[in-house]
Design a protein around this ligand. Sequence first.
Ligand SMILES: Nc1ncnc2c1ncn2[C@@H]1O[C@H](COP(=O)(O)OS(=O)(=O)O)[C@@H](OP(=O)(O)O)[C@H]1O
Ligand SMILES: Nc1ncnc2c1ncn2[C@@H]1O[C@H](COP(=O)(O)OP(=O)(O)O)[C@@H](O)[C@H]1O
Length: 200
Amino acid sequence: MSNENIVWHEHHVSKKQRAKIKEQKSCILWFTGLSGSGKSTIANAVEVKLNEMGKHTYLLDGDNIRLGLNAGLGFSEEERVENIRRIGEVSKLFVDAGMIVLSAFISPFKQEREKVRKLVKKSEFIEVFIDTPLEVCQSRDPKGLYKKAQKGEIPNFTGISSPYEAPKKAEIHIKTDKILVEESVQIIIEYLQERGYLEC
Ligand SMILES: Nc1ncnc2c1ncn2[C@@H]1O[C@H](COP(=O)(O)OS(=O)(=O)O)[C@@H](OP(=O)(O)O)[C@H]1O
Ligand SMILES: Nc1ncnc2c1ncn2[C@@H]1O[C@H](COP(=O)(O)OP(=O)(O)O)[C@@H](O)[C@H]1O
């Protein structure tokens, strides 16, 4: 369907004004990594910390979004592309709302992550690579999905029967087999503090 009769409206309250109330600059912390790499664990811990600091956040998480907004999307390449496209647009809306949004999705394809990056200003997209070796993710297997995937019970499983394209230049690179969750949180909070995201 054509968009030719649809016109973008500028709102009277700006993104900056919305963010100023919470003394922050809005942005997306985009967590990418294999299933079981630690995206949810670290994103949750970062959100707790930011919340304690009085910052306004929202966490968008793979399983939750797939149970609601993106119910019905599976794990073929096309469906993952559409999944990330929609989440990118939702993340952009939260940035416009003045919030610090934490988006935690496998997001296995470099091209789709780069498309999300381009949806917002350069400084508003912070890629956080949760870099955990596949063998470590498999040994953690918090939801028992790797076991099922290896038995052939889950098709197109990332790392097993579907590819994961690791970021080469993520703004933040975390190796969870080397550091504790608390240390990852500190790295991310320091990144935000040093670059002025936690002030207006
Ligand atoms: N085939 C297959 N491959 C990978 N993951 C699978 C699959 N089927 C179900 N799951 C569960 O779905 C969660 C990943 O959803 P995402 O939306 O993050 O995936 S993607 O970004 O579209 O690739 C993922 O959650 P996380 O473990 O938190 O990453 C799994 O619980
Ligand atoms: N250093 C670490 N950082 C993050 N998670 C860790 C770490 N060490 C062990 N874990 C465990 O690994 C699992 C990661 O699962 P989860 O956060 O759901 O990953 P994902 O969201 O990427 O699928 C959790 O059970 C978590 O407690």
